[in-house]
Design a protein around this ligand. Structure first.
Ligand code: KG4
Ligand code: ZN
Length: 310
């Protein structure tokens, strides 16, 4: 993360080199913390996409090598199914399906109907930037570091959320799609109207951060509520992905889910909000269980791009 902070965002080449340096020490660390050895492991799961190709290849080639050497099934996992399963990692009982999930990260932003253990139906997605990307870009405009989400949330504590009226995109549309690039541009123009960052004091910057956070979280929360109103059989509401760490967003969803007597879940630990290996292992476990007859050959695992597979 430090390297990405220095470059002001994720540079694919830097990320791939970083993954290559860290993957074997990370696997060694995980195995050292595990009360068993390779013989006790039933299967290996790996993120197959979507993502940056260089980093995906590092993960996939390492997993293919491990699966080949140890003769284990290799299960390709869609990154977003990992985020969804993050909400199940510490739960003893399965969720009360169907579950409506809002997944929000730096690279993705969807509303998904989680129908059963490993059955997902995408209801909507972002047409351009994800909410996390908007947080990161606006953080940059405000001279804050990477990742932008936590930095904006911190600065917003000193600001007034109604100081500026930023657009809440797509709320009138009847679908469950999102679009956040216009909001980022509105913030850009606002900062310009205020004379640029150098002419804004701490309070004004905090007001911009708070108003921006208000627009994003209100949009996400209301879109999710619209989906709940349509899919009335839903029993639980879930929030996942890096932006699920956002307190304001959690509060907004909590308020209406409580009124509607729906259970609301988000990752129990902060490290399960942002990208983590445990959620991929969890998704691998539930996918493996769903297809007991399948022969999961390492030769079949390739990087998968696009958002339409699970
Ligand atoms: O899931 P994730 O770790 O990576 C992707 O799959 O993209 O999500 C990272 C994103 C970043 O855009 C970061 O700014 C955002 O999650 N994020 C937050 C917060 N913590 C992380 N956004 C808003 N508020 C937060 N507290
Ligand atoms: Zn992610």
């Amino acid at each position: 993360m430090e390297k990405h902070n220095q470059t002001g965002g994720i540079v694919p080449e830097v990320a791939a080199r970083d993954s290559a340096e860290q993957i074997l020490p990370a696997i060694t660390k995980a195995m050292n913390g595990f009360q068993g050895d390779m013989a006790d492991i039933d299967a290996i799961a790996v993120t197959a996409g979507p993502g940056l190709m260089g980093s995906l290849l590092v993960g996939i080639e390492t997993a293919r090598s491990l699966a080949y050497i140890h003769n284990k099934p290799l299960i390709p996992i869609h990154h977003i199914s990992g985020h969804i399963c993050a909400n199940r990692l510490l739960r003893k009982e399965p969720p009360d399906f169907p579950v409506l999930v809002l997944t929000v990260s730096g690279g993705h932003n969807e509303i998904i109907l989680w129908e059963n253990d490993f059955d997902f139906k995408k209801l909507g997605h972002t047409l351009d930037d994800s909410a996390g990307e908007a947080f990161d870009k606006v953080a940059r405009l405000l001279g804050l570091g990477f990742p932008g989400g936590p930095a904006i949330a911190e600065l917003a504590k000193d600001g007034y959320e109604k100081a500026f009226q930023f657009p809440k995109p797509m709320l009138q549309s009847k679908d469950f799609d999102f679009s956040f690039s216009g909001l980022k541009t509105a913030v850009l123009y606002q900062i310009r109207d205020l004379g640029g960052l150098e002419n804004m004091n701490h309070t004004t910057r905090a007001d911009v951060a708070a108003s921006f956070q208000e627009a994003v979280t209100e949009t996400l929360s209301r879109k999710l509520l619209q989906a709940v109103e349509k899919y009335r059989s839903v029993r639980e509401i879930h929030l996942s992905g890096g932006v699920s760490a956002n307190q304001k967003l959690r509060e907004k969803i909590f308020l209406w889910s409580e009124k509607l007597q729906l259970e609301f879940h988000f990752p129990e630990k902060l490290e399960f909000c942002t990208d983590n290996a445990a959620m991929i292992a969890g998704a691998g476990y539930w996918k493996y269980k769903k297809f007991p007859e399948k022969d999961w050959k390492w030769q079949d695992v390739q990087p998968m791009m696009g958002h339409d597979f699970f």
